[in-house]
Write a protein that binds this ligand. Structure first.
Ligand code: NAP
Length: 241
C-alpha cells in the first residue's frame, strides 16, 4: 500500500484529451487536486466536468511551446492550488512527415511542442515543485525514439528521445531540491474513447501515479515502459507457439 496522495496539487499538461486526460483521471480518482492544461477550451471544460465527478479539477489554457504560457500555468497552479507537488509534462503532438519531405515548420512544430515544451513546463514549475519539498516531475515520452522507430516519425522520435536526455541531467540537477524526474514510455495507445478501453488501460496511466508517491521518492532519472509487452519480442519468431 502506498501513502495517499489525496490533496496533492497536480498539474497535467495536454490533458484536454487522450493520455493526459487518463493521467488526470487517475490522479483525481486518488483524491489529488488536478489542474489540467491544453489549448482547446471546449475540450478543457468537458474534461473538467468529467473529472470533477471523481475529485477536484480545473483548467487553465496554455501552449507549452511558449514560455509566457508556461509561466501563466505555473502561476495559476500556485494561486489556485497553493503550490505544485506533481507536474505531469504530457502535452505532445505526432504529425507524420517523411524525412525526405520534412520542412523547417514540421521540425520546429514537433520539437517546439514536445521537447522545448517539456523543458519550458518543467522550468516554469520548478520554484513551486522545490517549495513542496517532495516535487515530482513525470514526463510522457514514448517507445518511439527511445526504443523503436517508425517511418514518418523521425522528428517525433528525436523529440521523445530528447526528453530522456533532458530528464537524466534534470534529475541530477534537481535532486538537491528533493525533486524527482522520471518518464513513462507508452506503446501505441488508441486515445479516442478512453472510457471504453477499460481498467487495463487505466492501469497503464497508474504508472504516473506510482512515480508521484512518497514511496517513489528514491526513484529518479528513470523510465517505465507501459506498452503491454509491445516491444518485448526480439523477433517475430519469439511469438511462435
Ligand atoms: P492527443 O490525444 O492528441 O492529446 C494531446 C494533448 O496534448 C491534448 O490535450 C492537446 O491539447 C495537448 N497539446 C498538444 N499540443 C499542445 C501545446 N502546444 N500546448 C499545450 N497542449 C498541447 O495525444 P496523446 O496520444 O494523448 O498523446 C499524449 C502524449 O503521449 C504525447 O506526449 C505523446 O507523444 C505521448 N504518446 C502517445 C502515444 C499514443 O499511442 N497515443 C504513444 C506514446 C506516447 P489541446 O489540443 O487542447 O492543445
Amino acid at each position: 500500500m502506498f501513502t495517499s496522495i489525496a490533496g496533492r496539487a497536480v498539474v497535467v499538461t495536454g490533458a484536454t484529451r487522450g493520455i493526459g486526460k487518463g493521467i488526470a483521471r487517475v490522479f483525481a480518482g486518488a483524491g489529488a487536486r488536478v489542474l489540467i492544461t491544453g489549448r482547446d477550451e471546449d475540450a478543457a471544460k468537458a474534461t473538467v466536468a468529467e473529472l470533477s465527478g471523481g475529485g477536484e479539477a480545473s483548467y487553465v489554457l496554455g501552449d507549452v511551446s511558449r514560455r509566457d504560457d508556461c509561466a501563466r500555468i505555473a502561476a495559476t497552479a500556485a494561486g489556485r492550488l497553493g503550490g505544485i507537488d506533481v507536474l505531469c509534462a504530457n502535452a505532445g503532438i505526432f504529425p507524420a512527415a517523411p524525412l525526405a519531405e520534412m520542412t523547417d515548420e514540421n521540425i520546429d512544430e514537433v520539437l517546439g511542442t514536445n521537447l522545448r515544451g517539456t523543458i519550458l513546463s518543467v522550468q516554469a514549475c520548478l520554484p513551486a515543485l522545490a517549495a513542496s519539498g517532495h516535487g515530482r516531475v513525470i514526463l510522457t515520452s514514448s517507445i518511439t525514439g527511445p526504443i523503436t522507430g517508425f517511418p514518418g516519425w523521425s522528428h517525433y522520435g528525436a523529440s521523445k528521445a530528447g526528453q530522456l536526455g533532458f530528464l537524466r541531467t534534470a534529475a541530477i540537477e534537481l535532486a538537491a531540491s528533493g525533486i524527482t524526474v522520471n518518464a513513462v514510455l507508452p506503446g501505441n495507445i488508441i486515445t479516442e474513447g478512453l472510457a471504453d478501453l477499460g481498467e487495463d488501460y487505466m492501469a497503464g496511466m497508474a504508472a504516473a501515479l506510482f512515480l508521484a508517491t512518497d514511496e517513489a521518492g528514491y526513484i529518479t532519472g528513470q523510465t517505465i515502459v507501459v506498452d503491454g509487452g509491445q516491444v518485448l519480442p526480439e523477433s517475430l519468431a519469439a511469438l511462435d507457439g
